[in-house]
Every structure is written in C-alpha cells, then in structure tokens.
Design a protein around this ligand. Sequence first.
Ligand code: ATP
Ligand code: MG
Length: 288
Amino acid sequence: MNKKLKLAVQKKGRLSEKSIGLLRNCGLEIENFQERLIVSASNFNLEVLFLRDDDIPEYVQENVAHIGIVGENVVLEKNLDVEIVKKLGFGRCTLSLAIPEKNKVTNIQDIQNKTIATSYPNIVRNYLNENGVEAKVIELNGSVEIAPSLGVADYICDLVSTGNTLKQNKLKKSFNILNSQAVLIKSKKLDNYDELKILYRKLLDRIESSLKAQKSKYIMMNVPKDSLKEIIKIIPSLKSPTILPLADENLLAVHAVIFEDKFWEINEELKQAGASGILSIPIENIIL
Ligand code: ATP
Ligand code: MG
C-alpha cells in the first residue's frame, strides 16, 4: 500500500505563505493550492490539507491530518492531545494584555477582579490561575479591541505585533502573556503506522535542514597567510573551515558556514584580523 502522509496548513491567512514556503524549501512540489482543499506533492508521498487554523489541532488529534503547521497560541488554546514537535521560526506574535491608554497596570495583581475580553480564554485563565489572580474572562471571537470602549470589559488580551490596532482603539500594551510562533504538531497516533512514521521522519529531517540553513550563511574571504590562525579562531564553523591556495602566495581563501545571529559581529572581527573581500551567500539546505 502506498500511504500518504497528511499535513494540515492554514488555507488563507498569516501562516499560509510561509508554511508553503517551508515545504518548498524542503524540495516539495506543491501546485495549484489556491483552488483546492487537498493537494498532493508531486515528488513526495504527501498530501497537504488546507484548513482554517483553528481546526488544525483537532484534525491532528484525530489523526485525520498526521501533522500540522499552526500557531502555538492556537495549539495551547485548544489544549488537545497533540505533540508539539518543533518551533518553526515564523508567525511570531505575542498574546498581550492591553489596557485603555489612560489606565495604569504595572503588575498582574492590578487586574484582580477586572473583566478581560479575549479570544484566548483558556490561555488567559491558566495565566491568571498560575499567578493567583481572580478576574472575569469573557470570550469574544473577533474585534476584541473595541470591548473596553463598549464597556464590555476593562481590559483585553489579544495578539499584538505592531500595536497599531491597539492605538486606533486608544489602548496600550501592558505586559505579555505568551510569545508565540508557528509550530509543527504531530498526531500521537502516527507512531502506530510504520510506513507513515518513515515518511514523517524523512520530512522532519528536511525541515530541520532547511531551518538550520535559514539561520546560516556561507562566507568566503581572502586571508593573509600570517593571520590564518587568528581568523580560524574567530569563525565558529560547522566543522572545519575550507582553506584554499590563491595565485598570490601570501594569501589564502577561507570558506565557512556561520550562524546569522552572529553574522555582523564576526564580519567585523574578521576584518580587523586582516580578512578582505568577505562575501556571504544564503544557504538552501544543510545536511549534517
Ligand atoms: P483562519 O481563517 O485560518 O481562522 P485567522 O484569521 O484565525 O485565520 P490569522 O489572522 O491568519 O488567523 O493568524 C494566524 C496565526 O498567525 C495566528 O494564530 C498567530 O499564530 C499568527 N500571527 C502572527 N502575527 C500575528 C498578528 N499580528 N496577529 C494575529 N496573528 C498573528
Ligand atoms: Mg482562525
């Protein structure tokens, strides 16, 4: 039997493009996905299901989709029996408490006995419980920001990235309750299917390679022979840097992979140590 691994992604929204982008970085060919709800990859035993993001944890819990890509905020709110396998580094946002501009809340105790409107009642209730604070939580499914001006709630708890929507509604961010990003989730029932498990491991390996590559750059530079030892100390290369001779006998070419978060610091140090002509290029994949 030629079983297909089923992966759920958001059909239309903030996570859609990057979810498909990640799969394409893993070498999967997925076409015409705008028009259909289920699309097969043409070069991997994979079917992609396009769903509302809120439904993804449930589909995965029931093993209808074996794995899924969805915001951690949605997974925690639904609180279903699925495994969070990996943070994917996109779709970052924070679930924050926001209060009217004229108010002041300095710590969690200040919200005792207040009313909070949110689309994330479970996460908010857990947070209040963990902090020993009692407050009334009202669930709203959209336009949460207008609740304080309508007198429905004192404060709100909502996803914030730029804060512009808050400003338009005369609200300000007070403190963060959760930092979220897109995650890969997996059905706990998947382990019962050997064939699917193999496909899953294969896809996960590719996803991990692609994430590693996104965080890395390949750099190349020319180095005076005398500075080689010092330069090598600066480069935290994956294994060992590549060293090549050049036509100019006093120089060597050094190639290495470095992590992007240190990119600028390392470049400055390399320059100071005598490196010149430093080139950097993005990496598509890293297979260790
Ligand atoms: P659907 O129609 O699939 O239910 P939606 O309207 O519920 O879509 P989107 O607004 O597309 O969802 O957001 C999807 C996810 O994107 C959120 O659950 C969250 O994890 C992430 N996200 C990233 N930045 C933001 C942001 N600024 N505001 C809201 N969500 C964000
Ligand atoms: Mg939704």
